[in-house]
Design a protein around this ligand. Structure first.
Ligand code: C5P
Length: 401
């Protein structure tokens, strides 16, 4: 997969490494990509708009307004891009991106964009290892951005160390590899997929709850993969620390099973595929104490009542939706999983056994078996991202039948 036809937005900030951007633009243009350059006002001290626009064959913008009074729409630029490359990314621009200091066209465009963001930092060595830079780079990664680390070598200050912006060739290859890895066919284009994920928390009093150890990883991986395949994805998640790379996924955060049920049924009529990977608490306290419960007595009894079974309700109200459930079993695994397929009126169930090392709740890996009424398939232990691919491949194959 080449970068041909891709829309590359290069955001240049004010560092001496800006001179290398000419080579990067030339590489992308040569390979048939469309390049739009924007820059921070300070970057103009290092390189000229004229040289950058000559190579990119497009006007270069650094201000919200042009001389003739027209507007450089950061929203349009942000939505136009297939990827954004911030290079060189100075400590200042990095900090503004992370903290939402939206005082120039580069940051406003970055904040309007939904596409992947690549960051090629460039700064002097002490700035690069400063805790604030390290923290900001970690936060950038947690936003799902791809960091192209600075390289070691001689710096503009004359000092030698890490801080030189990665070579244009390295930046180009990183972006090209990204397109190659993400060249999956849009096999779910036109479909709406609803996914439940994470645990639910059932309040006991204002500070306590009944919950479980589900991380939400499986559901988030499924959401990212379905979106990559072109689906419109609605992800309804209980409390989870997972983050999304793909900004097209519509995330709805809920806390309790009742909230999750209500949220699911806001969308249920319009979805094509429903995947219930949430570990919903089976019971919730009958009454939620208004004040924090004091530890006065030796024993405390909390009466629990059954929560709604969200997936079963989806099964009962099924008209056209393809429904996928999960089963986490410790005994009579296959029988129980197949039982749930029937009882909840599902089209497919994914079984993960707690007996398999690496499978289940908190791990990054999972080992699954898939059952439909007619079929059974076993898979190896894999990362949850790869398990998500297997599950969606299976769903797609069923839809074609
Ligand atoms: O019956 P069990 O809890 O084992 O079923 C697991 C499947 O049902 C999972 O797909 C889970 O997301 C879903 N479920 C649900 N609402 C519940 C309990 C389970 O949607 N209250």
């Amino acid at each position: 997969m080449s970068v041909s036809g891709k829309k590359i937005l290069i955001a240049v900030s004010g560092g001496i490494a800006a001179y290398k951007i000419h080579f990067l633009i030339r590489d992308f243009v040569k390979k048939g990509a469309e390049v739009q350059v924007i820059m921070t006002p300070d970057a103009e001290h290092f390189v000229t708009k004229l040289s950058l626009s000559t190579l990119s064959k497009k006007p270069v913008y650094s201000e919200f307004y042009r001389d003739n009074g027209t507007w450089n729409s950061h929203v349009e630029l942000g939505l136009w891009a297939d990827v954004i490359i911030v290079a060189p990314c100075t400590a200042n621009t990095l900090s503004k991106m992370i903290h939402g200091m939206c005082d120039n066209l580069v940051i406003a465009t970055y904040m309007s964009a939904k596409c992947p963001v690549f960051i090629a930092p460039a700064m002097d060595l002490d700035m690069y290892v400063h805790p604030s830079t390290k923290r900001n780079l970690e936060l950038a990664e947690s936003f799902g951005h791809i960091i192209i680390p600075a390289e070691n070598g001689e710096l503009a200050s004359g000092l030698v160390g890490q801080g030189r912006m990665a070579e244009p060739e390295t930046i180009f290859n990183t972006v090209e590899n990204y397109f190659t890895d993400n060249a999956s066919a849009k096999t779910l284009e036109g479909k709406t997929v609803l996914i439940t994920a994470g645990p639910t928390y059932e309040a006991i009093d204002p500070v306590r709850f009944i919950g479980n150890h589900s991380s939400g990883k499986m559901g988030f991986s499924l959401a990212e993969e379905a979106s990559k395949r072109g689906a419109k994805v609605i992800l309804i998640s209980g409390p989870s620390s997972q983050t999304l790379t793909d900004k097209n996924v519509e995330l709805h955060k809920v806390t309790s099973a009742k909230e999750m049920l209500a949220k699911v049924f806001e969308f249920y009529d319009k979805i094509d595929i429903g995947i219930a990977s949430a570990a919903v608490a089976d019971y919730a306290p009958k009454d939620v104490a208004k004040e924090k419960i004091k530890k006065n007595d030796e024993n405390l009894t909390i009466e629990l009542v059954k929560n709604p079974d969200i997936l079963k309700t989806m099964g009962e109200k099924k008209t056209h939706q393809f429904l996928v459930g999960f089963a986490l079993e410790t005994q009579n695994e296959e029988e129980n999983a197949k039982g749930k397929l029937e009882k909840k009126n599902l089209d497919m169930i994914v079984l993960n056994s707690l007996r398999d090392e690496g499978a289940g709740f908190k791990n990054d890996t999972n080992k699954i078996k898939i059952f439909t009424k007619a079929e059974k398939r076993e898979f190896d232990l894999k990362s949850k991202d790869d398990v998500a691919k297997d599950i969606l491949n299976f769903v797609e194959a069923q839809l074609l039948k």
